[in-house]
Design a protein around this ligand. Structure first.
Ligand code: FE2
Length: 426
């Protein structure tokens, strides 16, 4: 598919025309040097100097639970454990069509916000594996919008019930793309260690990457990320392994955190932080002062670890809010991780684009000639203002095909001297 975007501003500040032919980026030229006449009028977009980026990636979501917030009840205690209990009630009578309808709506929201790759976890401790089956079918059904990866995720633990290990393996055999785990949710430290080893064994046996929920707690005694990184290092699988959440790292003693981060860097394991959820789920057992449970983004970056930004939830028992906009997740992170300096803007965008795509394992990614012909135009002149306003994605192009368009909202201020249109650009 062919498409041309003219006069767009890249994350590096270059004004360019981008010509897509046959679904790939054919030419990137200085603005004005492209050839829009070579494209059908319906396949042209004049960005008018607005920001353009490669497409966004959602590296961590739970599409089986999405859009269930309030059903059967709201999570007013606000804890991770209460969210798991509410989900356990919901999944007792999980129906495939219900999962698919909710997940499809969420995927459409994500695509509207420029996301063309999604990694979702699917609960394998729901005994009929209805959610797994639904999301595997959905993977094909939404393939016109996104590349969907499904993680076989043992929400209630691998060893907490005798048949959970078999269910996990069955989900992998059904076709899940990755193997998951949740060692901090096992009954004992020893079971947690074994669960990491089991997940990695499955990943090796079935030739799948692994993405484990790990140390998602404020307990500084929860130390399973070291086990995952060590296993990945020993098996030479670091670039195929993701450590999701790792919020306990926030509470580790500095000497231990330093050792762990060095190990993560050596292993090549990536980390995904999920700011919306963990900004509200963590610190729930604290009196004042209350910790803000998130992983150590700055120290991980200093060590060279790839850190992605995920949503985790869009309107589910763990997080009631969200519209599927990755920029919201970055906006939350910049506040509670103290990433509000001017120099952090570039870091946040690199996390949203390059890091998330690397976690996903995307190849031919990025605005370079020969790569996939995919891009997002924002109703904003630059990366800072796009983040500040969570600017509308005016057009989302995937391999040369428009998959979403948004008309930016219009606000009119009515003063005594007259009315005028205002925007929030600066
Ligand atoms: Fe999660």
């Amino acid at each position: 598919m062919d498409y041309i975007v003219t006069d767009a501003t890249t994350l590096d500040g270059d004004r360019v025309d981008i010509e897509i032919r046959g679904g790939e980026i054919d030419r990137i030229l200085p603005a004005g040097a492209g050839d829009p006449d070579a494209f059908d009028r319906s396949r042209q977009h004049d960005a008018g100097g607005r920001l353009v980026t490669p497409p966004l990636t959602e590296p961590h979501l739970h599409l089986d639970a999405t859009l269930t917030a309030g059903d059967p009840r709201w999570n007013d205690p606000g804890t991770l454990a209460e969210g798991i209990r509410i989900w356990a009630e919901y999944k007792e009578s999980l129906e495939k069509e219900d999962v698919k309808a909710r997940a499809t709506q969420a995927v459409e929201w994500l695509a509207a916000h420029g996301i063309t790759r999604v990694r979702t976890h699917a609960d394998t401790t729901e005994e009929t594996l209805t959610g797994v089956e639904a999301l595997l079918e959905l993977r094909e059904e939404v393939s016109d919008l996104v590349d969907l990866q499904v993680v076989a995720f043992p929400q209630d633990g691998i060893f907490t019930r005798s048949h959970h290990e078999d269910l996990l393996q069955e989900a992998v055999e059904m076709g899940c793309d990755l193997v998951g785990g949740i060692p901090h949710n096992e009954h004992t430290r020893e079971d947690g260690v074994s669960s990491v080893e089991t997940a990695m064994d499955l990943a090796e046996r079935y030739d799948r990457p692994a993405d484990l929920h790990i140390d998602e707690t404020d307990d500084p005694g929860s130390r399973f990320t070291e086990v995952l990184a060590s296993e990945a290092l020993k098996r030479g699988l670091g670039d195929r392994v993701t450590a999701s959440h790792t919020t306990a790292m926030h509470s580790y003693p500095n000497a231990y955190a330093d050792k762990l981060i060095s190990l993560l860097a050596e292993s090549g394991v990536s980390v995904v932080t999920n700011p919306p959820d963990n900004s509200v789920l963590q610190g729930r057992y604290d009196d004042y002062p209350r910790r803000r449970g998130h992983t150590r983004i700055d120290e991980l970056h200093d060590a060279g670890v790839t850190v992605g930004i995920g949503h985790d939830s869009v309107m589910d028992p763990w997080y009631h809010y969200g519209v599927g906009d990755q920029l919201d997740a970055a906006f939350v992170l910049l506040h509670y991780a103290h990433m509000n300096g001017r120099g952090d803007v570039g870091t946040l965008w690199r996390m949203l684009t390059e890091a998330n795509a690397a976690v996903f394992g995307a190849d031919d990614y990025g605005l370079d000639e020969g790569n996939e012909g995919s891009l997002v135009v924002y109703d904003s002149p630059d990366p800072f203002n796009a983040l500040r306003t969570r600017a509308a994605r005016t057009v989302v192009v995937r391999e040369g095909r428009v998959v979403a368009e948004t008309e930016p909202g219009e606000t009119v201020i009515r003063r005594s001297e007259g009315s005028r249109r205002v925007d929030f650009h600066r």
